[in-house]
Design a protein around this ligand. Structure first.
Ligand SMILES: [Zn+2]
Length: 77
């Protein structure tokens, strides 16, 4: 006998419910701290690595991040 693709009302099959998503904070915090630190370093080099706040001598960092500086709206020249 062929099986029907439509489940019959006489024998409803319960759909297995998916396991709830668990986000362990202890596993996320170190990566979040790392991401914030890297973002802060990136924002510093793009936005403030020039003139009196310059860490490295010369203008190579400024020139390397110049397009990003203008893209993000930091004052430049
Ligand atoms: Zn510029």
């Amino acid at each position: 006998m062929a099986e029907s693709a439509v489940p019959s009302a006489a024998s409803p099959q319960a759909e297995p419910s998916p396991a709830p998503l668990r986000l362990p904070i202890r596993d996320i915090v170190p990566w979040a701290v790392l991401a914030v630190a890297l973002a802060a370093i990136l924002i510093y080099f793009v936005g403030a690595e020039q003139g009196a706040t310059s860490v490295f001598g010369g203008t190579w960092v400024h020139e390397f991040t110049h397009d990003g500086r203008h893209l993000l709206g930091f004052p430049c020249h």
